[in-house]
Each structure stands twice: as structure tokens, then as C-alpha cells.
Design a protein around this ligand. Sequence first.
Ligand SMILES: [Zn+2]
Ligand SMILES: [Zn+2]
Length: 298
Amino acid sequence: MRDWLSNFREQHLTTYTLKFRIRYWWFTQLCLLGIIVFGKWSLIPYVLAWWFFGAMAITIYAHRGLSHNSITLKWKWLEHLCCSLCILSNIGSPLAWAVVHRMHHVYLDEEKDPHSPHQIGFLRSLTHRWDVPFENVPLRFTRGLLRLETPRWYHDNSFFPFIFFTIFIWAVTVAYGTTIYGFGELGYYMMNIFTYDGPAVWLQTWGLEFAWAGFAGVALGQWSMGITNAWQHSDKRGKGHIRNVPWYLSFINWGEGSHDYHHSYPKDYSFGKGLNDPTQYFIILLEKVGALSINRNI
Ligand SMILES: [Zn+2]
Ligand SMILES: [Zn+2]
């Protein structure tokens, strides 16, 4: 009877459609390669900063927040920022990602696991090319998610973060230019945007390079996620076995190093002891300043 019920549920109560996926893995990797080929070493701090904030948005907001409900963001603007950063970081809608990730936990390495290397191959898992038909996602995987206004809005308006990104780059460039040349020169520049030929012209290149560093940071994040999705899930012991990685790799994959602990206790906001999950300290800091609350519900 239970089987029959769960079959019925899987086959019929599946009205949720994950409709979009922005994919630009190759583009971001080319941006990263470009940093190396053209020797743009001065951009490295920006690349790392973009990588860090994108990574935190994914692991704290999409993963621990939306997917597992172990933290709740309290600041609305931070929620908007996290949604935007998630989409820019090439995981698609954080809401859809949360559903996909819940499926990963339940179907671990079996046929319906959306990104198991045992099912789709190591390389596809590593490079986030999951082409799973998501028209029939069982409704239970969306529990609690569809009433969240902010991620729903981003789910339907996924292009906006790219517009916000462009405005942000422009604003930072103008602010940076103003500190160097003052309002007068920058104001004059903006009034004569096409004909200006003064000393601040180089800012145009700087702005573009700042954006370039952003996409290169995203490319790094893709490798961070790849470590977990592909490498940690391809243990020699076979399906369902998870390979932990040493603590220093946990800095690279955002604290997901003790991934078997996370699969055993998915509701714990902490993904491991001490430096096996450096992100937990950042979460505690965010809780102290009132940005989020931790749901200690394990
Ligand atoms: Zn996993
Ligand atoms: Zn998880």
C-alpha cells in the first residue's frame, strides 16, 4: 500500500516544472583562462572576491537555507543579493537548484539523482551539464519553497541579475573614478560619454576588467561545486558512498569537505567539525550581526 501510494504520488502529483537553466560554463572558463593567458595578475584579488561571494550565496542561501532549511535569511536585501549571486554563478534559479538538490539527497546516485557521476558521467557532473527532464518533479521536493516570494521572483525573472550586474559594475567604476578624479571630472566624463578624451578614459577598461574578473570568479566556483558533485560522489566503493576531502580542500569547496556527514545530517547548518567546514564560522558571524537565524533543528 505504501509503495502504491508513493508511486501514485510520484506519477501524478508532479505539477512543478523547473523551466529555466542559464548555462554559460564555457564562457566563464574562457574568462578564467583569459586571466592566465593575458597575465592579468592584478585582477586576481577581484576574481577571488567574486568567487567567495558567489560561493557563499550558493552554500549558505541555496544549499543550507532553501534546500535544507537550516538557516533563514532575515535581511531582504541580502536575500536579493544571494538570489542574484546564485544566478550569476551559473547554478540557475536558486529555488530550482534547491529542488534539484533535494532530489540528489533522496535519490543519491540512483537513476533520478540529477547530477550523480554514476548516472551522467564524471565530466558532465563536474561541468554542470545536467540535462534531466524536470517537467515531472514530484511536488514534495518543493515543500516550503513555492511560497517564498523572493526566490520565486528570481525563478521567473532570471535575466534581471545580469542587468543588476551591469549596473553594479558601472556604479563601482564611477565610484572608483570619482575617488580618483573627483565629481567634476567624472561628471564631465558622463555628460560627454562618447566624446570624452580626458585622463579618466582608462576607467572604461577597468570596468570591463572588473566584470571579466567576476565571470572568472564564477568559473572558479564551478570547480568548487565540481569537487563535491563529481569527485566526492565517485568513491571507489561505488554508488551511495561519499569521499570526504581534507580540510584545506574544504576552503575551496565552501566547507563541503565532510560531505558524508552532510548526507547523514542534512539539516545541520554545520557541515563538519572545525575547519572541515570553514563556512560555519561565517554563518555564525552573520547570525551575530542579525543577518540570518540558524534553525537548530537536527
Ligand atoms: Zn551530495
Ligand atoms: Zn545538501
